[in-house]
Design a protein around this ligand. Structure first.
Ligand code: PAF
Length: 305
């Protein structure tokens, strides 16, 4: 076998064989559950990194963290139709399965769970998970079906992959809070961990959707990070009025010709409720459309982070 080259053969599932190691690519719920049951019987600790694929360094940093935390590392790749509204970008969402396989292989993943939509949402599917309060803020306001879809698919992935630990990126801060709350409320016996935002060298938060940006929009997209950084400096310098911080950030963002603000908020990191006075660590969260591409970013204000 050529060292470091991917060779794949057909077994019951497709396997990549690389340097004598194998990544299992599993397409069905039954096979994934059987694999996890067997690992658990053998006392192995399973870590899951759920993704929608088109992986970038942000995902890889979560995968690396997962590699250190368990014996078996599974990544799910599934563009979940239930979290997209009809007018959103489900059809055009970037996909690149074989490149994802290569990247996960290099990062030491043991199994990829990549079902198709019919496998997860069979004819007649009708059970969804809806949180009462957290989705009433931030992204939940302009994406009303999003968190119902996320909570539903993540709970299904938990029942299928049966991880001991699951890792999610902090760029989707509200999503992470929703999942933590769901795990607590529904008594999932799973540890939820967050991984820090990974940024491009100029500060743009990594996102699969960055690929939609034209070169000019890519430059304008920096306004999210720059306004968060500025807000952080203002809080360090003693500003405590959240509305001043929001006004300043909004004016800066709107000085970019292609930027339209969905929200700019300063909120409590747990409840996501708006905060008026910054006298403890708060989250500043942004959702901004640059042209047609909706980008999110966030930063902790009032702490070292
Ligand atoms: O963050 C994502 O990629 C998705 O929302 C998730 C958590 C994989 C659920 O589809």
């Amino acid at each position: 076998m050529t060292a470091g080259r991917l060779i794949y053969v057909r077994l019951r599932n497709i396997r990549y064989l690389t340097r004598g190691e194998a990544i299992e690519i599993i397409r069905t719920v039954k096979e994934m559950q059987a694999r996890s049951d067997s690992l658990r019987r053998n006392g192995k600790k399973i870590v899951l990194v759920p993704t929608m694929g088109f992986l970038h360094e942000g995902h890889i940093s979560l995968i690396r963290k997962g590699r250190e935390l368990g014996d078996d590392l599974a990544v799910s790749i599934f563009v979940n139709p239930a979290q997209f509204a009809p007018e959103e970008d489900f059809d055009s969402y970037p996909r690149g399965f074989w490149k994802d396989c290569q990247m996960t292989e290099k990062a030491g993943v043991n199994a990829i769970f990549a079902p198709d939509a019919r496998e997860l949402y069979a004819q007649g599917f009708q059970t969804y998970i809806r949180l009462e309060k957290l989705p009433m803020h931030l992204c939940g306001l302009s994406r009303p079906v999003f968190f119902r879809g996320v909570a539903t698919v993540v709970s299904k992935l938990f029942n299928i992959v049966k991880p001991h630990t699951a890792i999610f990126g902090e760029k989707d801060f509200q999503q992470l809070q929703v999942i933590r709350q769901m795990v607590k409320d529904l008594n999932f016996d799973i540890e939820i961990m967050g991984g820090p935002i990974v940024r491009e060298p100029d500060g743009l938060a990594m996102s699969s959707r960055n690929t939609y940006l034209t070169p000019e929009q890519r430059v304008q997209a920096l306004c999210l990070y720059q306004s968060l950084k500025k807000a952080q400096e203002r809080v360090i310098s003693g500003v405590t009025d959240a509305s001043d911080i929001i006004k300043e950030a909004s004016a800066f963002i709107l000085s970019h010709s292609q930027a339209v603000i969905d929200y700019a908020a300063v909120c409590d990191p747990e409840t996501l409720e708006d905060v008026k006075r910054i006298d403890k660590p708060v989250i500043m969260a942004l959702a901004v459309k640059i042209g047609k591409t909706r980008l999110i970013d966030n930063m902790m204000l009032g702490s070292e982070k």
